[in-house]
Each structure stands twice: as structure tokens, then as C-alpha cells.
Ligand binder design. Structure first.
Ligand code: MG
Length: 359
């Protein structure tokens, strides 16, 4: 290859490399991690605290007020957080806790409250965190009247994405997160195929809209993804500050490729029918001499006219049953003992209509 011909080739390779690097959304590169100059999201006052949102029927209830049996310390020991009045509270040296069960794709509901305190500020006022898969933190903090770096305020995907608005309630008031999480995907060699994706409603207000973490969330760092299992425990952080949690439930979600998409429709087998046999179905069908449907033959193909605007080819499945390849329609002809066509029944989506006589 002549040298001058190599350049387009090299440029194409570089371009492909860059494309690969930019395949996934990134946190805004304009700002340094935890940048104090980053503008604060505007306030949105959430609706007054309503009823607690009860878990739907398919949710795994992780905490409903008294029972901590779904949880353990990081070393597997029983949880020592305080449990009273329907909530659990981070206690001194109580340690970070995690669910015994692992979760991947999920919808999570969790309510939390920052215990009011004097003389604390920034990251030291009500800091805890909801760690999806023990790795991806949605920050818990008092962000009502407490300034801190915005990628570390309540509703932030910590160190990466500030919330788009601040929907915080005051310390002493219950707040909630409804989180929609999609796990990251890795190939067999541990390379990232698809990053995680997080959507968060804070007190019913959208604060994270399908953001894609660039790896696990850390203080002062943005490490790249490291391959991990498809399911990992949900973790709640002990950041040495009293924060309460209640009404925690989770729904495991189907992968994007849903059950309905994976299911295969039945195979409809077409039989061969001679032209003469097809011919006998041609005609008008209806009731009381009023024609409502019609069958025509074009070449060796029957065409079914449902009405003036709706017609399609039908194919024989048996001597008397024809189907459409386009719509879930079956046309069932009835014959008398001499093999004469008496009428037809039009079956749409498995629901048979009235019998139409052959006119
Ligand atoms: Mg935290």
C-alpha cells in the first residue's frame, strides 16, 4: 500500500475507535467530578406527602416496618440498625446493610427521612445512599437547606449525574425514591456491552431520566465498569448519620427483550388445494339476502372481502378452514352432506362472528 493511500484507512480506524469510545452517554465532561461551580438544579416543590405507596402484588417486600430478615450486614451478620415505629434507622457503627437476595433489572420504591440535626452541613447532613447492585449509588442527603456539590446532592447518581431538579423535602419529613434500573451487560470476556441505566423519581418528580453511569459511583473518582454478576444485593449506606428508611419494595423486571417478544407464534401450515375445490367458496355471503362479505378468486388465490375497504388473501389450512397471513383471521366454511358450501364464519382474534349464509 502506498503511503498516501494509508491515511484514509488510518483516519477510518481512528474514527471507529472514537465512535466506540462515545457509544455511551457520558456525564457532562465540561465539569470536573464534584465541581462546586456546577449550577444547582432548580427547586420543584413536591406535592404534600400523601399516603404511603403500598407494594403492588408482584413486588418483593424488603421492609414493611418491623422485619429485617431480608437484610444482612456486609459480612453476613444480622443487621443491628434501630427498628421502631415502622422504620429502620442507621445507628452508630451499625454498618452498611444489604439485601440477602440479589437483584438486577428492577423497579424500586424506598422511603427515607433525614433526622434533623444542628451543626452539620454538606455531605455530613443526612448522608446515606441507595446502592443498586451494591455499586451504583442514588445519593440520600438533606438537600432541602444544605448546600453541597451538585453531583452529590439528593437524587444524584453520585459523582456522575446531578438531579435535573431538586425535589427535596425538609429534614424530618418522609421522602421517597421510585427508581427504574437496568443492569449493565458484559460479554464473556468481561467487556462492557451495555451500561447500566437509571431513572429516578424523587417525591414523584423526575430527577434522573435514563442516565447511564460510566462505572461504579465513587468519591473523587470515576472508575470504569468491572464485569459483575447479573444480580447483586441492594445496599443501604451507613455514612455515620441518622437516616431512616421505610416501606421498601422491589419489582424484578423482565429484560428488555420481553417474554412476549421471545414467545413464538404458532406455525400455520398451508395445504395445497386444487382450483376446482377453491372455486366452490367463491361468492357472496350474508343474511336475509343482504350481502355482507365476499370471496373472489384471482388466479389460484382466494381473496376475502370483509367489507368495502378491507380485503386480503386467505390460504387453506384444511378443506374448510382458511387463514390470513396478515391478520389473525380464520374463515371457516360449512358444507352440507353433498359438499355444497352453506356459509362461513369469520373468526377475528379467536372470536367467531355470526354465521353468514352463502347467497
Ligand atoms: Mg451517600
Amino acid at each position: 500500500m502506498k503511503k498516501s493511500h494509508q491515511y484514509p484507512f488510518i483516519i477510518a480506524i481512528c474514527f471507529l475507535f472514537l465512535l466506540q469510545q462515545n457509544l455511551f452517554a457520558q456525564p457532562d465532561p465540561k465539569w470536573r467530578i464534584h465541581d462546586s461551580h456546577r449550577p444547582a438544579p432548580p427547586f420543584v416543590t413536591p406535592a404534600p406527602q400523601g399516603q404511603m405507596t403500598d407494594p403492588p402484588s408482584d413486588a418483593v417486600v424488603l421492609f414493611s416496618g418491623t422485619d429485617l430478615s431480608a437484610w444482612e450486614k456486609e459480612n453476613g451478620d444480622p443487621v443491628t440498625w434501630k427498628v421502631e415505629n415502622g422504620y429502620m434507622e442507621v445507628t452508630p457503627r451499625g454498618g452498611t446493610i444489604r439485601t440477602k437476595q440479589g437483584f438486577g433489572d428492577c423497579q424500586l420504591h424506598i422511603e427515607w427521612l433525614v433526622v434533623p440535626k444542628e451543626g452539620v452541613s454538606s455531605q455530613n447532613y443526612g448522608n446515606s445512599g441507595v446502592f443498586l447492585m451494591s455499586k451504583y449509588e442514588v445519593q440520600v442527603l438533606n438537600s432541602y437547606d444544605n448546600k453541597t456539590y451538585v453531583d452529590g446532592q439528593a437524587g444524584a447518581v453520585y459523582g456522575q449525574y446531578p438531579p435535573v431538579v431538586n425535589a427535596s423535602r425538609a429534614p424530618g419529613e418522609w421522602q421517597c425514591y421510585d427508581i427504574l434500573f437496568r443492569r449493565p451487560h458484559f460479554d464473556d470476556y468481561g467487556n462492557l456491552e451495555k451500561p447500566a441505566q437509571i431513572t429516578v423519581l424523587h417525591n414523584g418528580v423526575l430527577v434522573q431520566d435514563h442516565v447511564e453511569p460510566v462505572g461504579s459511583t465513587e468519591w473523587q473518582q470515576r472508575p470504569p465498569y468491572e464485569a459483575h454478576p447479573d444480580k447483586l444485593p441492594l445496599m443501604l449506606q451507613d455514612h455515620s448519620q441518622p437516616v431512616r428508611f421505610r416501606n421498601i419494595w422491589i419489582r424484578e423486571l423482565e429484560p428488555y427483550e420481553s417474554l412476549a417478544e421471545r414467545a413464538q407464534p404458532p406455525v400455520l401450515e398451508e395445504i395445497v388445494m386444487d382450483e376446482q375445490s377453491l372455486e366452490r367458496y367463491v361468492g357472496e355471503y350474508g343474511s336475509g339476502n343482504r350481502s355482507q362479505m365476499r370471496v373472489e378468486k384471482e388466479g389460484d388465490q382466494l381473496i376475502f372481502y370483509r367489507d368495502a375497504t378491507n380485503h386480503f388473501p386467505i390460504f387453506p389450512q384444511s378443506e374448510t378452514t382458511f387463514f390470513s397471513k396478515m391478520v389473525d383471521v380464520t374463515v371457516e366454511f360449512s358444507l352440507d352432506e353433498n359438499g355444497e358450501v352453506q356459509g362461513l364464519t369469520y373468526i377475528l382474534a379467536g372470536e367467531p362472528g355470526r354465521m353468514m349464509e352463502k347467497l
